[in-house]
Structures are given as C-alpha cells and as structure tokens.
Design a protein around this ligand. Structure first.
Ligand code: ATP
Ligand code: MG
Length: 446
C-alpha cells in the first residue's frame, strides 16, 4: 500500500527520523489518500516531544503545546505535528483532563475515534493499521476504535462525527456504534456549540447531506437542533407538497450546491412552517408568514450554534425571501433587486429551484418557468446597468446640498423618492433631470 506524501510532509518526517524520532502521516490524510480523495490537510504524529520538534524546524507556532501540537510552517503551508499521546480521562464528555505523551505509536492510534481515522503511514514502515481500518475503508464502514460506549462517553462529539464521516464518505455506521449513539445521544448536550457547529457544517456541505436524517433518527438533532425534529414530525397537507416539512428540507438540501450559506438556508428555510400552519375549511394547510418568522427563528438558532454574523445575516436574508414572488416586470424586478440586494439574487434563484424540486409535481413546470423568467429579467437589468440602489443614482446628498437644500433628514427622503422614480423609469437617471425633480419634490406646492 503506497501513499504519495507531499514533499513537505516527506521532509518533516525525514528530518524527525534523522534525529532518531519516529514520525508518520496520520488520521484524515491517510484515510483520504487511500480513498483517492484529496486530503484537507496533512497531520503528522511523532515520538518527539514538542520542544524537540521545535528545535528541529525554522518556523514553528505553538498551536497547542500542552496537547503536544506544534505547527510547522513550510513555505506558507501549515503542518500540525503532534506528539504521540494518550488522552487521559475525559471531563464532562468534552476535554481530556490531561494528556500523557508516550513513545508508542499504537497508544496514539488507540485514542483516535474511528478505525478509518486510526491509520498511520510513512515511507520507512508503510501503512500502520492496528485496528483494521483498511477493512472498514473497503466496506464503507464507520466503526469506533474499541468499545463505542466508552469512546462516546469520553467525548460525546464523536457521535456527530460518526454521522459527519458517513455523510462525507457515503459510508454506513456500524451497528454497535450506531446503538451506542442511540443510547448516549443525549450526552452531546455537554459539547460546546463551536464543536457542534464544526461537525454540523461539514455534514451539511458534504456529498450526502441527507445523512442529517441519521442524526435525527439517532436522537442527536433533538439535542442541538430540536427545531429539525419538529420539522421531521410535521405533515404538509397541501397539494404543493408530498413530504413532511423535514423530508422536504432533506430533499431541498440534496438539490442544492454544496455551499455553506446555501445548505444552511435550505436546512432552515421552512423552520417556521410548523409554527405558522393554519388549516382552511377544506382541510388544506397554509403557512402564511413562515419566511419572516423563519428568518427570526434561524437567527436565534444560528446564534445559538455560534455562527458568525455575516453568515447569519446572509442565511436569514435567503430565508426571508425564499418565497418572495414579485410580479415579473422590469420595474418590479428592479425593486426586488433593491430589496434583496443585487448580489444575493443568484443565490436566491438557486434556493428557489432547489425548493421547487423538493415539492410535489403540482405546477412544477410553471414554478420553474417563473424562476427562469425572473432570472432572465434580472440579467437583463444587470446588463442594462439600471439603477437599483441609492449609490447608482445620478445625484447624491452633496449634489442636493450644492443645489441649496439644507443638510438633514429631508435629503434622505428626497433621495428615496428619486430612487423610486428611477426604478420605475431608468431613463430618468440623469443628474440634470434629477436635480429638477428634486426641486419639485422639495417644493411640492409650486
Ligand atoms: P477532515 O477531513 O475533516 O480534516 P479528519 O479525519 O482529519 O477529517 P480532524 O477533525 O481534522 O478530522 O481530526 C484529525 C484526526 O484526529 C482524526 O482523523 C482522528 O484520528 C483524530 N480525532 C479528531 N477528533 C477526534 C476526537 N474527537 N476523538 C478522537 N479522535 C479524534
Ligand atoms: Mg483534518
């Protein structure tokens, strides 16, 4: 079994070996190389202590010295080199209370979560696979190293990691590992939101985001995203739909490009449907106001999961407008561009299409044709260079002051009115014309 180690990794390993230490590429990079996937990053495990590693390389950063990790910079690429270690007892299913360094590679591999993540490789010794990781890799199986209950009790995040790896690799979770998750799912409550966000994020942008269903079935989402469980349990009595809110959401996730904002938007676009449901006299469900309420709920959820403000803003905007359906004319689409933000519309079109394709076949062609026309109008307006925001207007506040207006809030009101005029009729957007109009707006009775 041969792996092509990148030059930098070979250099780091050779240097450590020259000085009498052992060193191996380990974990995700070995797993991904064996699968023919491009590793995200290359981690190295070594018998050398952090101080000994630091002494051998020019540019190092103390990333997590107390846990044995030193980052080595090689031509701007970072490599994490971690000393063989045994994780002590875990506190609150979160952090190891202490780590002990060891001279034994086997001990280091044994602390790792899954067999496919517990393999090491170097050119001197080839592949070290003490827990049959290769077999599980061939079988497409996520299996804990050792007793799953013990391993999940040490660190509850591993339960979500199991689902995340299944989603990334298209693997199944081995039965006793799965049973242990079912039994211990509630304990993920103790894990920090930051760590959960990281794994949930990777699950969502993976090749198989539908595996969020497994996180639901095993009881994990119930702890950190109970809103998803409510969606999974909400039927939709509407001819537009054929799935529960949750299954519709899962299909929409599968229909959209693997991008953080898009996948999060799809995950939460209908989060408020259960709360907004009303049933009419004929027994049909309606969900009036769910995009607005959903945007608010999503804000809370994403805040709780410690997402950054830029992501929260963008996702909430997508949710607020996912069902926005302006009448299709140049004037109304210019207004939509103003309302939603020109740069956000391409994402919104993707969301609308993914949403429609996860609904029933009822009027599907018409719904898709609507989005096509919407997008065509949007592109036409862009190519015309029509004004859709204040900053595209041929006059600004300074021009109005120069014309003799007093600085103050009324300038803003005049600008707003000019923008309305120009969005109706782009030919009005000349400085000369707008100054005349501004004058009229300011003195309406003359
Ligand atoms: P990715 O492609 O996301 O980087 P990865 O397998 O490299 O996947 P990381 O989270 O970067 O995952 O962790 C690197 C390695 O460290 C893992 O392959 C595994 O061996 C070990 N590891 C990481 N987190 C844990 C954990 N919570 N418990 C046990 N071992 C872990
Ligand atoms: Mg990694």
């Amino acid at each position: 079994m041969r792996i092509n180690l990148p030059l930098h990794v070979q250099q780091i390993i050779h240097t450590l070996e020259e000085y009498g230490y052992e060193a191996y590429a380990v974990g995700g990079c070995v797993r991904d190389s064996l699968l023919g996937r491009r590793p995200q990053d290359w981690d190295i495990t070594t018998s050398a202590k952090p101080e000994q590693v630091k002494a051998l390389f020019m540019h190092t950063i103390d990333t997590g010295i107390e846990h044995g990790t030193v980052t080595i910079m090689m031509e701007r690429t970072a490599y994490e080199v971690t000393t063989y270690r045994i994780d002590g007892e875990y506190e609150d299913a979160r952090h190891p209370k202490e780590v002990t360094f060891t001279a034994d590679l086997y001990e280091d591999l044994r602390r790792r979560d899954f067999t496919i993540n517990a393999m090491a490789y170097n050119e001197t010794h080839g592949l070290v696979d003490a827990f049959d990781g290769i077999k599980d890799l061939h079988e497409g199986c996520i299996r804990c190293v050792g007793d799953p209950r013990e391993r999940f009790t040490e660190d509850a995040l591993r339960m979500l990691r199991a689902v995340r790896f299944a989603a990334q690799l298209g693997f199944t979770v081995e039965e006793s590992t799965r049973q242990a998750i079912r039994a211990l799912a509630g304990t993920i409550e103790k894990v920090s939101a930051e760590r959960i966000q990281m794994e949930l994020g990777k699950l969502l942008v993976s090749a198989h985001p539908q595996e969020i269903r497994m996180a639901y079935e095993l009881g994990l989402t119930n702890v950190f995203l109970p809103e998803f469980d409510v969606m999974m349990q909400s039927e939709q009595r509407s001819r537009h739909h054929m799935y529960t809110v949750g299954e519709h959401t899962i299909h929409a996730l599968m229909n959209i490009r693997a991008d953080k904002v898009l996948r999060l938007s799809m995950l939460l676009h209908d989060v408020a449907k259960p709360a907004c449901e009303t049933i009419d006299a004929d027994g049909n469900a309606h969900y009036k106001g769910h995009p607005q309420v959903g945007a608010k709920m999503a804000e809370e959820i994403l805040h709780r999961l410690k997402y950054d403000n830029a992501t929260i803003d963008q996702v909430c905007r997508m949710i607020r407008y996912h069902d926005d359906r302006p009448q299709l004319s140049e004037r109304t689409v210019r207004r939509a561009m103003n309302r939603i933000g020109t740069e956000n519309l391409p994402l919104l079109f993707e969301i609308k299409r993914a949403d429609i394709l996860a609904q029933s076949l009822y009027e599907r062609e018409e719904k898709l044709a609507y989005v096509d026309t919407y997008e065509a109008l949007y592109k036409q307006i862009l190519s015309q260079g029509d004004c859709v925001t204040k900053k595209d207007l041929a006059v600004n506040g300074k021009d109005l002051i120069a014309m003799g207006m007093k600085p103050g809030p009324q300038i803003g009101a005049v600008i707003d009115e000019l923008l309305e005029i120009v969005m109706d009729d782009p030919t009005q957007n000349t400085k000369e014309n707008l100054l005349v109009l501004a004058h009229k707006i300011r003195t309406p009775f003359i």
